[in-house]
Design a protein around this ligand. Sequence first.
Ligand code: S6P
Ligand code: ZN
Length: 195
Amino acid sequence: MIEVNEMSNIIKTHIEYNLKTGKLKGEEIQKSSRRLEDVKHIFLNQKMVEDMDPNTKIYEVETYLPVEEGKEGGLFFGTSYVYPGKVDHEFFMTKGHFHAKKDTAEYYWCIEGQGVLLLMDEEENIEAQMLEKGSLHYIPGCVAHRIANTGENMLVVGACWPSDAGHDYKTIEKKGFSVSVVEEDGEIVIRERES
Ligand code: S6P
Ligand code: ZN
């Protein structure tokens, strides 16, 4: 292998991205986790939620935010890990959101696991895309996005989005997604929500 001359101005970046696992490493990486108690309202069967351990892990996110949130022209990068599991028939999933600056897009790609990416526009039209290792997903602006883990192992999904996109969780909290990802007779089904 050709060695890098120490006097050259080639620098090593201080962020590592594990291409196999999606894991981000480095001092600037931020981590957050969501347990059942943090996201309990997203699930249909609230009675079942009450019977479950509120500390049940639902998902974790690692993010690399190299510029200030809200700055135009920058990009953010992240890895989301959704645990396998269900509340009643409904698979564990993320809260889901529109972007606060509505017309901003995002890329998702599936690193590990199996799942469904739910996309919902402002008229509540739904598209469900299959997440499987190597799948790439372009999420257009003005489209809410949520991922659900339909497999038995961790679902790992990478993301890249504009630094001025922000997050609008309120619209989803109020209206919800118009469909759920559920298991029915051993099959993965996209079901209209009644409430
Ligand atoms: C950010 C991007 C992801 C999600 C993450 C968690 O725009 O879409 O990093 O933040 O998957 O989902 P949520 O809905 O809780 O933000
Ligand atoms: Zn987003």
